[in-house]
Design a protein around this ligand. Sequence first.
Ligand SMILES: O=P(O)(O)OC[C@H]1O[C@H](O)[C@H](O)[C@@H](O)[C@@H]1O
Length: 543
Amino acid sequence: MAAASSSTAIPTVEKSNFLKLQNGSDIRGVAVDGVEGEPLTLTETVTEAIAAGFSGWLLAKKKNVSSKCLRVSIGHDSRISAQKLQDAVSRGLARAGVEVIQYGLASTPAMFNSTLTENEEFSCPVDGSIMITASHLPYNRNGFKFFTSAGGLGKPDIKDILERAADIYKNIANDDSKGAETAASLDVKRVDYMSVYASNLVAAVRKAAGNIEKPLEGFHIVVDAGNGAGGFFVGKVLEPLGAITSGSQFLEPDGLFPNHIPNPEDKTAMKAITKAVLDNRADLGIIFDTDVDRSAAVDSSGREFNRNRLIALMSAIILEEHPGTTIVTDSVTSDGLTTFIEKKLGGKHHRFKRGYKNVIDEAIRLNSVGEEAHLAIETSGHGALKENHWLDDGAYLMVKLLNKLASARTSGLGGGSKVLTDMVEGLEEPAVAVELRLKIDQNHPDLQGGSFRDYGEAVLKQLENTVELDAKLLKAPVNYEGVRVSGYGGWFLLRLSLHDPVLPLNIEAPSKEDAVKLAHDVLNAVKEFTALDTSALTKFVGV
Ligand SMILES: O=P(O)(O)OC[C@H]1O[C@H](O)[C@H](O)[C@@H](O)[C@@H]1O
């Protein structure tokens, strides 16, 4: 392994630049040079400092333990910077005296799982885990997600790690002799943990099917891994369960993502898996994002189970198992979904905020105050179940669908994916559903030196005031994020993006005409805000 330092001086990185690497409960940055306007921010030394910062944070959590006793697992997705960053993370951990266990190509949920697995042969459970990934972002980005047995780290933890990393970086930059020594003597253990994780998924399907060895025998299931880390699902999960998997595509890891963006929210990606299902006359299609914490499916007729429809399907499965339970979702879910969960399935829909960590934490909170919730799921395809330690796991969501396929056949309900299609029968879907993302120009004089968040809040306040004066519009009585309003048989939600200087606007309506009326009302309310780029909205209303 190459040493971190060389004869070239390590450039100074200010604390504020470390803090800019925070993206909610993740760290994200540019790890590959060469894209215009996107300078390198996640250098090897920065990465080393972040890894050392994580071990400092972990040590502070585990009082009375020395760093010599700590074990941390590292995994990565298929990005071209993965190897370089894995080496740098290993050096940063070793620098702090932590035992390093590398998993190589892995999924995000597997990394969390490694903090829970009891298996000394595989050095599990680990005290902490780091996944190197930037989900579906372009090839030049990368980042980190961190886990302990308590789950994924939250925003304050990430800030703490980055503050520690900024201090450590100064030491590395001033005197890298220790890093160079550590790098030279780095003793890393490599473990095929994905096989352990995948065998747990296989065991879960076999158990649900009444301990049948090959419960998916005869089912034809195609997978699209988008050249991310999800290819394992074919050879390590579906095939041992007996499924036919011919026609599966883009299983080979390729960090340039030459076929499509690995993202179940992306239209091209969904088209690709739908085509694979239809071309192969498969029973089911499964698609993952790059690091497999998100997923979607396609039935044998080419009908997509993503966004609201995936939530409806998962809710139907979970409400059969736990009648009356609360389903926690993100804020951009449809009114039709609420009606489906509450009227058809007899559950309760708790529409919360955007952000997978927000929905998971809210479901955990509800349980702690006595409201039973078993599923936390986002329209993005992130989903976590209480029965699976609230692990945000796209592969486990698909396991629940596989269980349903297998059990339906055992109970004589016929084969194929019809059983799944039937479960979402009655879900009302809008004729028009759009998301327009309105940018705030952070350098615009209209911000008067203030933050884009304050500016965005002012836009929302203005919209709220306007809506209150309009008899045709009704503000949602319970709402946790932004301004959600019903009108013209549809609804809209304007909110601040979780991370970007953007106000995403979601509109759903029974016709384009109604959607335009809603868009018009928003445009009229916000048009005075000159730093807000409303061109997408203007185009939509056809002005
Ligand atoms: O607020 P937005 O810009 O729409 O982004 C929201 C999304 O941000 C990240 O990608 C999170 O991983 C998602 O859980 C979340 O849904």
